[in-house]
Design a protein around this ligand. Sequence first.
Ligand SMILES: Nc1ncnc2c1ncn2[C@@H]1O[C@H](COP(=O)(O)OP(=O)(O)OP(=O)(O)O)[C@@H](O)[C@H]1O
Ligand SMILES: [Mg+2]
Length: 400
Amino acid sequence: MAPRTILYTGKGGVGKTSVAAATARRCAAAGLRTLVMSTDPAHSLSDSMGTELSGAPTPLGAKLAGQEVHAQEEMERHWQAVSGWLGELLAEQGVDPISVEELTVPPGMNELFSLLQIKQHHESGEFDVVVVDCAPTGETLRLLSFPEVCTWWLEKVFPWQSRWLAAARPFARNVLDVPLPEDGVLEDVERLVHNLVAMNAILRDPALTSVRLVMTPDRMVVREAMRTFTYLNLYGYLTDAVVVNRIFPEAMGDPYFCEWREAQRDQMESVRSAFAPVPILTAPYLPREVMGEEMLDTLGDAVFGDLAADALLHSGLTQELSVTDGRATLRLLLPFAERGDVELKKVGLEVIVKVAGHKRTIILPPAMAAYETSGARFKDGALEVSFVRASDGATAEHTP
Ligand SMILES: Nc1ncnc2c1ncn2[C@@H]1O[C@H](COP(=O)(O)OP(=O)(O)OP(=O)(O)O)[C@@H](O)[C@H]1O
Ligand SMILES: [Mg+2]
């Protein structure tokens, strides 16, 4: 059976690695064959787990293994012919070898190659659960639409390109003065694209994969998590839980922290308004750094309580956005509200919906800046908010 895959992502330093490691330990303790793997090029999984990990799954116990994927190795495996050709091409143009090496590795692609490991683990059948410690959100997000671009290229451009190349190769050398890619290069690209598309299908299948957003209760962190949540929904990735980490405990008497606690309480409100009905898991600011088995298990207990760490904690996307001809519809899952007065407000990219005493805040993608709200209605347990493109194209503020 294909393994259940859980991706942890979030802003830098919020606790992704710690929560991923804690999740994996809990899954293994429950008897599931578990792999925790880091695709963040700046690995810290070894430090967190207190064991040296390598590029291949390293056994850490009867049911647990850990892996820090080496992007460079993955890249060489999948991209070798392509970078060989590009390198040759650039060297002929007089680019020095060191820059050639950097130029033939497309920026931002490191993690993409690392994520291909997920596909391998799906095929191997070695694990029941694969927990992935991803790079900070900015990096990971850039990858989401990539396979779509790839597919387009493969279907539309590739057949022509390869035919054209086959015809041009015999004389291109003399005329163009650049080496044309050999068949091996094209085969590499084609195989890579197929792999990326297959991997994407796994990541986007809610029966196989879910994302968990890790954050701390700090305004900037929560805002970024909200933006990520919008993109995840937009691209069809299921978020089945959010984890709010490092909450100052109430018992902390120090007046110095009173203000902090109050600010965190406000942020918890924002979290609820942004992510409901996705379950919100929490963990306190622990007295020590989360390193080693004991601290990881303490964190795991705090985050999951009685829940199974591998459980699918929520199903279904919570927002859907469709845009056609200057009109857009945002569909929001509002299980708590059937009907009632709806209050809508859009300020810049932020839409605030108030209904039946509940508040929802959604951050729209930048392309929606020029739209203004034009109405809302309930349909099939969801609230559909309509937008029209403002005629002057200006950012609109509107309360119907
Ligand atoms: N609940 C907690 N209480 C106290 N310390 C914590 C808690 N969670 C994480 N930490 C500590 O915070 C630091 C950052 O955690 P971690 O490395 O898990 O974050 P990250 O999101 O993976 O960071 P990066 O973006 O750098 O990969 C670590 O030193 C970790 O031990
Ligand atoms: Mg980390």
